[in-house]
Design a protein around this ligand. Structure first.
Ligand SMILES: Nc1ncnc2c1ncn2[C@@H]1O[C@H](COP(=O)(O)OP(=O)(O)O)[C@@H](O)[C@H]1O
Ligand SMILES: [Mg+2]
Length: 195
C-alpha cells in the first residue's frame, strides 16, 4: 500500500497517542499533519487499508471536512507504511483532546448537546461509514470560541458483508444504530468520572 521511497524516521518524541491498533505520530516535516502506523505487521484487513479505501471515496464525493479529518495519502516510514491525516489542534496550538477526556473530567453532556446534534446531522447528510463511533475516536476541537467535534478514526465500513457500501437505506439505518449505542456509552463514562 506504500511506495518504497526512502522511509522517513518517526522518533519517540513525535508520538501523540495510541488507540490500541495503531500509533499516531506528528509528521516530522509538517506541523499540520499526523502519521498513523500499525502496531503489528499484519497488512491484511487493517484499519489503515480500510481508511485508504473509504477516505478516497469521501474525496471523490467531495465531502466537506468539517467533522472528519482530511486524508493525505500514504508514506513510507521507519515503522512501516503510514497513513497521513490532518493533525487536529486547538487555537492555542495544543493537540485537541478527545471527547472521552472531557467527559471523564466531568464536562456535562448538556454543554455539548448542540455539538453532538451537529455531528449527527453531518454523518447523516454525508452518509459517513461508521465502524467505531466512540468517545476516544472523536476530538473536541476548540478554535477561539468555536467548538466542534471531529472524527479521527472509525469512519469506515468494517462489516464482513458490506451491504452499506451499496445501500443508502442501510447506511442511514446503521448511522442511527451506531449513534444510539454511542449515546448509551456516555452513561458509563459519567459513572467513571475522575475525582
Ligand atoms: N488527526 C488527529 N489529530 C490529533 N490526534 C490524533 C489524530 N488521530 C489520532 N490522534 C491521537 O492518536 C490516538 C490513536 O489514533 P487512532 O486513529 O484512534 O488509533 P487506533 O486505530 O489505534 O484507534 C487517538 O486516540 C488520538 O489521541
Ligand atoms: Mg481509535
Amino acid at each position: 500500500m506504500c511506495n518504497k521511497k526512502e522511509p522517513i524516521t518517526l522518533s519517540q518524541e513525535l508520538l501523540i497517542g495510541s488507540g490500541g491498533r495503531r500509533y499516531c505520530y506528528k509528521h516530522p516535516y509538517d506541523e499540520n499533519l499526523c502519521i498513523k502506523v500499525d502496531q503489528t505487521l499484519s497488512q491484511n484487513d487493517n484499519q489503515s487499508s480500510r481508511e485508504i479505501k473509504y477516505y478516497s471515496q469521501y474525496i471523490t464525493r467531495k465531502i466537506p471536512h468539517t467533522h472528519l479529518t482530511q486524508f493525505h495519502g500514504t508514506i513510507n516510514t521507519s515503522l512501516g507504511c503510514g497513513v497521513i491525516f490532518d493533525l487536529v489542534t486547538d487555537s492555542d496550538g495544543s493537540i485537541s483532546r478527545s471527547l472521552q477526556h472531557y467527559l471523564r473530567q466531568g464536562m456535562p453532556i448538556k454543554k455539548i448537546e448542540h455539538l453532538l446534534d451537529q455531528l449527527k446531522t453531518y454523518l447523516l447528510n454525508h452518509q459517513i461509514h461508521l465502524s467505531d463511533l466512540a468517545t476516544d475516536n472523536i476530538l473536541l476541537n476548540i478554535k477561539d470560541r468555536e467548538k466542534k467535534l471531529v472524527i479521527i478514526d472509525g469512519a469506515v465500513n468494517s462489516d464482513f458483508i458490506k451491504i452499506c457500501d451499496y445501500s443508502e437505506h442501510f447506511r442511514k439505518k446503521k448511522i442511527h444504530r451506531k449513534w444510539h449505542r454511542f449515546f448509551q456509552s456516555f452513561n458509563h463514562i459519567e459513572n467513571t468520572v475522575d475525582s
